[in-house]
Design a binder for this molecule. Sequence first.
Ligand code: CDP
Length: 233
Amino acid sequence: MTSYKHSIIIAIDGPAGSGKSTTARLVAERLGFIYVDTGAMYRAVTLAWLRVGKPDIDVFLSNLPDISLSRDPQTHRQMTLLDGVDVTDQIRTSEVTKQVSYISSLKTVREKMVSLQRNIGSDHNVVMDGRDIGTAVFPKADLKVFMIADIQKRASRRLEEMKNKSKHHVPSLDELIQQMKERDTYDSSREIDPLKMADDAMLLDTSELTIEDQATIIIEKAKPIIIKHSHGA
Ligand code: CDP
């Protein structure tokens, strides 16, 4: 496994709509760390599979596309590149969302993405969010947070987000609840690196919290770790 003892890793895992991405981005910004949205990587692989017309999965796996991350020079937000082309917006469609759990359950896909994620964390301080960061990608992460929230809250947050961006089809709240439940079940019950809280993770129920609250809680936890790290511990 790649050594990452020279960098600080904050792992944030949890189900869809628990507030991971927004919180992780804010924490990273405030701490001067790099934010890595690993879900975007799985979404980009899924987009590639859809674009070539959902071919036989073994054929697709034998020649996986090139996925990489970059930063928007103006906003500094993560950009997701598929074979070198920016697909940051295209990976958010409901077609991709419907298929992403299947594609990300495949061993070949996970191995490739996990290796890319470990490389990023090997020489940068990162806040990385996903489903298996604290359990599989960085089991020795310096800080692990597992975010949850009740399903109604998660779905209405996601709906707001979709309405604001709304380039794509926006489902009803009930449809969204159903889709989220299905994705959570699929992600939690897959064989390889399922969505699961690490034993040493801090559980954060965000049902009644604001993004600001969530970021503050994580930053307070991270501060002593950063101080210790700066003293060479
Ligand atoms: O943002 P949202 O909660 O909709 O999901 P995402 O973070 O974009 O992740 C999309 C999907 O990718 C998840 O439902 C998982 O199936 C998969 N994923 C994963 O398997 N492992 C990760 N580390 C991150 C995402």
